[in-house]
Structures are given as C-alpha cells and as structure tokens.
Design a protein around this ligand. Structure first.
Ligand SMILES: Cc1cc2nc3c(=O)[nH]c(=O)nc-3n(C[C@H](O)[C@H](O)[C@H](O)COP(=O)(O)O)c2cc1C
Ligand SMILES: [Fe+2]
Ligand SMILES: [Fe+2]
Length: 399
C-alpha cells in the first residue's frame, strides 16, 4: 500500500521509515528508527528528488506509482550518493528507462563506482546552474562535505523549497507526522536531531557554515531534508541550532560528567562532584557512565554543554578503553571550544589523567582547568577539599 503526503499542490513526500534497523551506518543505535525522505514534483515534467535506502525500496516504488498515476518519470535529481538515499537508482532506471539524472560530476563518478550504468542518462550540473521543468525553476547549489564530497542541495525558486540533502535532518521515524509543526520538535525531536547532526555531519562544521552562508542568500520557505521532519515554519530555530553546532559553540552553560569506572569508586567521586556543583548553584548537570552509554549519545551531549568533567580509571597504564574511545571520537569529530576538568583514578600508577590531558591538548580551543584530581583507588574525606575547589573553578570559569 502506498503512503505519501503532499507538501504543496504539486510536491509530494514519497519516502518511508525503517523501524527495524538497529544501527545507522552499522554504528549508531536508532531506537526511534529513521526516515528516508524522497520527494516528487509534478510539473510539466516530473522530477524525483533522491531515492531511498534499499530496506524500503518497495514502499518507495509503490509511492512513486501512486503519485505519478499514468505519467512517467522524466528527471531524477541526485543530491547525495550515499546508499541510504541512492540505493534505488538502478531500480528507478529499470522502471523508467528514459529518465534523465541530474547530479554533480563527482556524483556521476560515484554512480560508476557503485556499479550503476547511467552513462547516457546523466546531466552534470555545477554550482549555480539552473533548469526549468515548466512552472518550476531549480537551482543547484554544491555543498561539498555536508556529509560527502559530491553533495549538492537543490533550491526551487518558484516555491522556495530547499531540498537540503543530509543537512537539517534527524534520526527518528515519522509517525504519520511529516511537518515540524505537527510534532513538538523541541521536546520530542531535538535530542535525536542533535545526535544525528553531531555524529554524522559534526566533523564538517566549516562546510556546514559555508552552506549556511549560501542558504542565507535564498528566500527559503520550506526545507525538505533526506531524514526527519520537513520544515515549513520556524525555520530560524533549526537553522540557529545548526549554526551553533557547526561553529562548535555550546548550546547551554552546564556540566556533563562522564565517568569510567569498574568497581564504582570513580563513580562515587563523580557523584560527589555533581552534588557539590548543584549545592553551589550549578543545577544544569548531567552524568553518564561511559561504559553504559553509546558514544553517539555522549558526543551529542558534548556538543550541547559548555563544560565536561572526565573521570577515568587507569587501565593497564592507559586511559580506560571506553573513555579513550569517547575522547578519540570527540577528536575525530573536530569538537572544539569546551572547558574540561579531569579526575584520574588508579591503584598503583594512576596516569589516565595525564594521558587525557595530552589528548585534549591536541584538540582545538579546549580549555583544561588546572586542578586535576588524582584518586588512589577511592575518594577519601581528604579529597573533599580538592573536589570542592574543582567545583568552584568550574563555576568560576562559566562567568
Ligand atoms: C585490567 C586492569 C588494569 C589496571 N591497570 C591499572 C594501572 O595501570 N594503573 C593503576 O594505577 N591502576 C590500574 N588498575 C586499577 C584501577 O584503575 C583501580 O583499582 C581503580 O581505583 C578502580 O576504580 P573504580 O572503582 O572506579 O573502578 C587496573 C585495573 C584493572 C582491572
Ligand atoms: Fe549521508
Ligand atoms: Fe543520509
């Protein structure tokens, strides 16, 4: 059975949801599923915008048929060649052999690499090129590394719709609700949107900044991303979030305490610090066990908060492996502009703190408070003063 929604009088959402997939990119848990969005424009010519993941290809083909009626597909705009959107290109070609494919030069190279035979079908476009399909005029705007190098976004000058590829997307399946004004985004979606952005696109902040600059020159009325809700109101709210995230500016003054513990002593010290912070007036404190929390959630929270306390046991003279994994991911994603405090623990040669400091020093614009704490096996009453002054310096550095 088909399942589509109309966005304007001649533009349709024809994507679908995957609630079965456990791990996006085989890495990130998606407990709320994910949507793969595709769009179909019925002008004098018919234009398809991207395809979907293989998992929902059948639904997608039924949706296309339902919207087209007895018309055929004339054009397919491929904004992004990653298989979560491009997997069904060949299925489309098989069913609509006269279709023309509009994409960047790099995307056509990727089509070859993924084994699609598209030679006589491709119309290559460059940044700023435009094409008319009847009433609608489309402008193609390259957005390299807003996930992959071949990416472009497509802007419809007739109705102000921006097909934004992976930009402005979110994890989470669409439960019948397609538009941002049909959900409570700030309550129910923002955390998954942040986790999607930071883990998938987070590394490419400067590239997202240049896309935001280009987009600033367009009169955008609707944003149609490849994942998550379609934006038709309050665009500024979501653009502002992306502006912050891509400049690596924290959204909130607050403290995220991440602890790595085996027997619970490091956790006890983290609890003590959190309590002191709250007693001293800093109530925006969150705590995570690094072993129990998937790193994608830790990354999203690290993009959100201004201050991070890393409390880690020493493990075979190194940083506790799950903590190391988290810090390396933070580094790989280019995170910047955070203030850190460090607590190390060890029973014979505590040195996780020193090693954490070295790693943080290799990252850009990170401030590390200088009162590192060393615990030997467990926190004692004698450690309370240094823990208190760590809480004080965290609060002081927020001013
Ligand atoms: C496999 C393993 C390796 C360890 N390696 C070190 C080490 O190299 N240096 C050290 O000081 N302590 C080492 N420890 C001890 C723990 O870091 C220490 O007992 C710590 O206080 C435990 O804190 P927790 O209660 O938060 O787990 C190791 C422990 C384990 C199980
Ligand atoms: Fe992508
Ligand atoms: Fe994607």
């Amino acid at each position: 059975m088909h399942c589509v929604r109309s966005i304007t009088d001649d533009l349709y959402w024809i994507g679908g949801n995957d609630r079965r997939l456990a791990l996006f990119e085989n890495i990130h848990p998606i407990e709320k599923g994910v949507s793969y969005n595709s769009y179909l424009l019925l002008d004098e010519k018919t234009v398809l915008f991207d395809t979907v993941d293989w998992a929902i290809c059948r639904q997608f083909l039924e949706n296309i048929k339902a919207v087209l009626g007895d018309r055929t597909l004339d054009y397919m705009v491929i904004n992004h060649m990653e298989p979560d959107h491009a997997a069904c290109i060949e299925e489309i070609i098989l069913r609509y052999p006269n279709i023309k494919i509009i994409c960047t030069e790099k995307a056509s190279l990727f089509m070859h690499q993924f084994g699609f035979s598209i030679d006589d079908k491709v119309i290559k476009v460059k940044d700023g090129d435009s094409m008319s399909f009847g009433k609608h005029n489309l402008v193609f705007v390259t957005a390299p590394m807003v996930h992959w190098p071949e990416v472009m976004v497509t802007y419809d000058t007739t109705n102000g719709v921006l097909f934004s590829a992976d930009a402005f997307g979110s994890f989470g399946a669409l439960d019948g609700k397609l538009f941002n004004d049909e959900v409570n985004f700030d309550r129910d979606w923002i955390d998954e949107a942040r986790r999607y952005y930071t883990n998938i696109v987070g590394k490419y902040g400067p590239h997202v900044q240049s896309l935001l600059k280009k987009a600033g020159n367009l009169d955008i009325k609707i944003i149609c991303p490849l994942h998550g809700p379609v934006w038709r109101s309050d665009l500024g709210y979501f653009i502002d979030k992306h502006d912050k995230w891509s400049r690596y500016e924290p959204e909130e003054k607050g403290v995220m305490i991440v602890y790595g513990t085996m027997y619970g002593n490091t956790e006890a010290s983290a609890n003590y610090l959190a309590t002191k912070l709250v007693e001293k007036g800093m109530k925006n404190v969150v705590m995570y066990d690094v072993s129990k929390t998937h790193v994608s959630y830790l990354i999203a929270e690290t993009f959100k908060y201004s201050h991070v306390v890393l409390a880690s046991v020493t493990y075979n003279l190194k940083i506790y492996p799950p903590m190391l994994n988290y810090i390396m991911d933070m580094k790989a994603l280019n995170l910047q502009k955070r203030t850190f405090a460090i607590i190390e623990n060890g029973s014979w040669t505590p040195q996780s703190g020193k090693l954490i400091r070295e790693l943080l020093n290799e990252m850009k614009e990170m401030t590390i408070l200088d009162n590192d704490i060393t615990l030997t096996s467990s926190m004692k009453v004698e450690d309370c003063d240094s823990m208190d002054s760590m809480a004080d310096s965290i609060i002081e550095s927020m001013k």
